[in-house]
Design a protein around this ligand. Structure first.
Ligand SMILES: [Zn+2]
Length: 419
């Protein structure tokens, strides 16, 4: 199984400059390749491949010599990521790739190989950047795992884990370097421990749970359980908004504005940590209590752009929660069942199937005109999500076909009509 392990790194001043240079250049290459791919297709109907884009790097370096200072594997990885984005889009698993910008916090790049970790002095070597201080905590780098699974080397009595020496074992995979808005740097190392994925746990109607996204609450389960955002997180979010306002009031370029921005970035970090912690706890709880989990496939990014619920939804960090839930399900052999992105789940009566077409977002509770069942809007939706998911599984197989959405364009359209 593949897992990512994240560690904080402390680059010195020169290394920070080099890292920033990498962040910017990787974005540059990515955007350039995106432009080439779009133009070649729209003008000449030519499908540009990864090899084409990598070949183009040579001439790109001639025009922009500063690109030569960068790890070329990281540049190639930017092309690979772009093409993966296209592949995902055409398979219906993501949005159409767009330009990356500084403003969207795109500060990261990947190092596919040739990194080293000094286990004695806690430093990590990145090609073209050098040795950076790293904080290594337990988990994958535990002594037993390294002794049993990996090859190390001794240099001046120091123990070094060299990715190159371990290449053939296919355990140490891609490393990602990133920076948060608060100015913290991390590396995340993808490890394939080759432990086979657990055999799927069988599930039945009684051990399956449906989850609905909450607006007022974080999530609502088909069992009727409501999971609220913790108070401390709400408090921190409130403070975050206050600090955001404070920044916008300060004069541009002023010292006070700089101070306010730093305060804001720190608060962002705090909120991110608290939210992470909360999401880990909730996902562990849900995974341990059920054998299968049913979700509605929401287009969160589309919702954020289009709807006034934007703030509420980005605050709860739903898509990140789903990501945590999904990989934890994989770890424990649990099943995730997704249903299509369409809005019938809240409008159907889960008892008799009556469809209440005039149900507005404001209506929190309603009585079914047909069978007179009284519904809590969200619990009813969660039950429907569960029923639809189980029903799809029993009938057609894939949810898309069950919804009558046979091709990508239809699916795409359905997503944009979520509300
Ligand atoms: Zn009914």
């Amino acid at each position: 199984m593949k897992r990512g392990y994240q560690y904080r790194i402390y680059p010195n001043k020169e290394q920070r400059i080099l890292l920033e240079q990498h962040f910017g250049s990787i974005r540059f290459v990515y955007n350039r390749s995106l432009f080439i791919k779009n133009t070649m297709y729209s003008k000449f109907k030519i499908n540009v491949t990864e090899i084409d884009l990598n070949n183009n790097l040579t001439s790109l370096k001639e025009f922009h010599p500063w690109l030569k200072d960068l790890n070329s594997q990281s540049l190639q990885q930017a092309n690979r990521n772009l093409l993966t984005g296209f592949k995902n889009f055409f398979e219906g698993n993501g949005d159409y790739p767009t330009r990356k910008s500084k403003r969207d916090n795109n500060f990261s790049f990947q190092v596919p190989q040739n990194y080293q970790i000094n286990l004695t002095t806690s430093k990590i070597y990145l090609p073209k950047i050098g040795w950076i201080k790293i904080v290594l905590h337990r988990d994958f780098l535990d002594k037993e795992f390294i002794k049993n699974e990996l090859v190390t080397k001794q240099v001046n009595g120091e123990l070094i884990l060299d990715q190159k020496l371990n290449k053939e074992f296919d355990i140490l995979k891609t490393l990602t370097v990133s920076r948060t808005s608060a100015g913290r740097y991390h590396v995340s190392i993808l490890i394939n421990d080759h432990v086979p994925e657990p055999i799927s746990v069988e599930f039945h109607e009684t051990t399956t749970i449906g989850i609905d996204v909450g607006i007022k609450s974080f999530a609502i389960l088909s069992s009727g359980e409501v999971i609220d955002n913790p108070r401390y997180l709400l408090k921190s979010l409130k403070k975050l908004k206050k600090l955001q306002r404070a920044v916008s009031k300060k004069q541009k370029g002023s010292k006070n504005r700089k101070k306010a921005i730093l305060k804001l970035a720190k608060q962002h970090q705090l909120v991110a940590n608290q939210r992470n912690d909360f999401q880990h706890k909730v996902s562990i709880k849900i995974i341990s209590e059920s054998q299968a989990i049913c979700l509605e496939d929401l287009n969160v990014s589309g919702m954020i752009k289009n709807h006034k619920l934007a703030q509420a939804i980005s605050d709860v960090g739903w898509s990140e929660f789903i990501r945590k839930l999904t990989y934890k399900a994989e770890w424990y052999g649990k099943t995730i069942l997704r249903i299509g992105r369409f809005d019938v789940s809240s409008k159907l009566c889960n008892v008799c199937g009556y469809k209440k077409d005039d149900l507005t977002l404001k209506t929190r509770e309603w009585e079914c005109p047909s069978c007179k069942t009284f519904h809590d809007r969200d619990v009813n939706a969660a039950i429907n999500i569960k029923n639809i998911a189980l029903n799809n599984l029993n009938t057609v197989g894939t949810t898309e076909r069950a919804c009558g959405l046979t091709d990508i364009s239809q699916r795409y359209e359905a997503r944009s009509h979520w509300f």
